[in-house]
Each structure stands twice: as C-alpha cells, then as structure tokens.
Design a protein around this ligand. Structure first.
Ligand code: ZN
Length: 373
C-alpha cells in the first residue's frame, strides 16, 4: 500500500491498485497509522464508484476509510509492495490514456532543459523541464514544479555521463499545443531517481545500449524569469469539478467548473446598497425617526446607516448580488456572484439597471395613473 499526503492512497494485492480516500475528520488518525510504502491490512471500509480528475487507478471503484476502519500490520505479508505500473510512452503520444488518471512513468533522463522561476499566485516557484526516454527510445517531455523541480536539480548537480532512471508515481499527463507531457500532480506525486527496485533495475537493463547518458552542470544564473497571471494560474492549476462534485464536497475547495446559467433567481433581490467611502453594505433607515432624533442632518437626500463608518451616509451605490441557477450534466445548484463578476455576466452596472428600473417604474406609474383618470 502506498500512502501519500493529499488523502490519497492505493492498495496492492496481486499487484492490483485501487484508489482510496480518507474522510476529512479521520485524516489525522489515518496519517499516524498509514505509512508510505508499508504494507497494511485494512478492514471495514466502504466502497463507492470512482470518479474525478485525479484518479490513481483505473479501477471502477474506490475505497473510503471511515471511523470503523481498522489498520494493522501483518508480518506474513511482504513488507513493501509498491505496485508500480509504468506506462508506454507511445500510449501517451497516441492519446490512449485518459488524463483524469494519474500514471506511473519510468524513464531515462536524456536531457535537462531550462530551470525557470515563475510567479505563480504571488509566490515564486521553480519549473524544470526535461526529456525522458523509455526502453523503445521513445521520448517524452517531463515538467516538474516546485519542490519536485528543486529536488531533481539538487540530485542532478554535477552528474557526469550518468544513466539516471527517473520514476514518477502518480504523474499527470497534459496535452499542450498538441504535445503530450507528464508532470507532477501537485504534491501527491512521488519521485525517485535510480531507486533500488527490481522493476527499475529490469527497466534499466532493457534500455537501448547506445551510450546515451546525462551530464548536467547547474547554470550559474537561472535562465528565465517568467510570469503567469493569477487568473491563468487559477484556471490551469485548479482542479476541475462537476456540479455534483461541488455539491457533495465535504470541505472548502478552490476549483474550476463549467456550467450553463439557467436563470437569475431574484427571490431575495438582486442588489444591495454599498457605502462609497468604505465599500460596506449599508442599511435603510426610517427617515422620520432620524429627523426627530437628529434634526441637524441634511435630509435633501435619502440617508442610509453605515455600520463601518458608524454614521448616516448618503453617498451610496447599488452593487450586484446575483443568485444564478446553474446546471451541468451532473446536477444543478445556485452560484452567488458579487458585483464585479456579476457585471461581467450581465454586461452593465447595477446602478444603470436600477436607474432604468426606476424610469420603467415611473413611466408605468404615469401610464397607470393616466388610464385610471
Ligand atoms: Zn461606510
């Protein structure tokens, strides 16, 4: 069994792998009992259909560990079964593999390319690109991020004509500009260089005997300083979720979803008034009561109570608060959109809409009055 941060683990029995998750409330307990690389006997768990974009196995079911689950060590079992299933690079290039499944990759490092520093979400992170080859001499680009890039860079320091077999467990394949590559999947991947495992030694023996080796010297200066916008970073690095996955999520997540807006729900209104000084929501007041209480105030404009400014204010604007009813193929729900985002969808400001709405009301009132005369 392999237990990895990110609440994800897999079991091997007869070299089969199944995805497993731990409910949020038991992570702390399981983290103590489950040790990466150790073999354990697990009893009393639930089984449910596997889904999602970060699956560690092609198995149709996954295991969910719960309160009743017990975990023990059985000395009769082999102490460490890794259950690595390296894929053929040609299967990646031919598009035979589903990017929603995390894969294992064995590859000889042929070349280490640029090490770049990128600004991702206001933090600097390293990105290392390298070329791997499999036993059929098929090449594959591999992109490592963050600590994975740093670890590989440190390992490769001053290597000279070395044969390095790189093992990536739970890697994620990506298609970018029609080229497939593999990379680490957040921090849930496992990386090993020349590990002393029988399957890796066998892989190494099957590599073409053409003298391809790796020599690497750290460039004195980091090559490129590049930057990725927060928006682009959010869209490419946030997990995709369907509506049913969002609805059933048991914790706060940042994710990207694609859904159709069915309608805007106006049951609870569609805007509120905001104080222009402090951008906080203001509350309506009973003007007659305020007149009696503070006659010195200017009553030529309607007044509002601002809790932040702790005062009556008249410089207020309407801002959107829209409830969208949305759906995708898996379900439906409501999304709440605040002013700026709502403006992008509705293509106008709340102030304009309120003005038009008031004019519309006035016109109609005149018409109604006229027709009543
Ligand atoms: Zn205010």
């Amino acid at each position: 069994m392999v237990w990895k941060r990110w609440r994800r683990l897999s079991f091997d029995e007869r070299n089969q792998v199944i995805h497993c998750t731990v409910k949020k409330e038991f992570i702390r307990r399981m983290d103590v009992l489950l040790v990466e690389g150790e073999t354990k006997v697990i009893t009393n768990f639930t089984v449910s259909p596997a889904s999602g974009r970060f699956r560690t196995s092609g198995h149709v079911y996954k295991i969910v560990l719960a309160q009743t689950t017990t975990i023990r060590t059985d000395l009769d079992l082999p102490p460490n079964v890794l259950g690595l299933h390296p894929v053929r690079f040609n299967d990646i290039h031919d598009g035979k593999l589903n990017p929603d499944f995390l894969i294992d990759v064995f590859g000889q490092i042929v070349e280490i390319g640029n090490v770049e520093i990128l600004n991702v979400s206001k933090k600097q992170t390293k990105r290392l690109t390298m070329v791997l080859r499999d036993t059929n001499d098929v090449r594959l680009n591999c992109v490592l991020w963050g600590e994975f890039a740093e670890q590989l860079e440190a390992f490769a320091q001053n290597l000279h004509e070395a044969v390095v077999v790189f093992v990536l467990r739970f890697g994620k394949i990506r298609l970018y500009q029609n080229v497939w590559s593999v990379g680490n999947c957040y921090n849930c991947s496992i990386v090993m260089n020349n590990p002393d495992l029988p399957e890796v030694i066998a892989f190494r023996d099957r590599l073409p005997k053409d003298g391809v080796t790796l020599s690497y010297t750290h460039p004195n200066q980091l090559t490129i300083v590049n930057s990725v916008s927060v928006r682009a970073d959010f869209l490419t690095h946030s997990p995709r979720r369907t509506i049913s996955e969002i609805v059933s999520a048991s914790e706060n997540i940042k994710c990207v979803t694609m859904a159709t807006i069915m309608s805007i729900d106006t049951e609870y209104g569609w805007y509120y008034m905001e104080c222009q000084t402090c951008q906080k929501k203001v509350l309506p007041v009973d003007m007659e009561a305020v007149k009696e209480e503070s006659p010195q105030l200017d009553f030529s404009k309607k007044l509002w109570k601002c809790p932040k400014c702790e005062d009556y204010v008249d410089n207020v604007v309407p801002v959107f608060l829209l409830h969208f009813r949305v759906m995708d193929g898996t379900g439906e729900t409501k999304f709440l959109l605040f002013d700026k985002l709502a403006m992008e969808v509705v293509n106008t400001t709340a102030a304009e809409l309120v003005d038009n709405f008031d004019e519309f009301k006035r016109d109609n009132m005149c018409r109604i009055r006229r027709s009543c005369q």
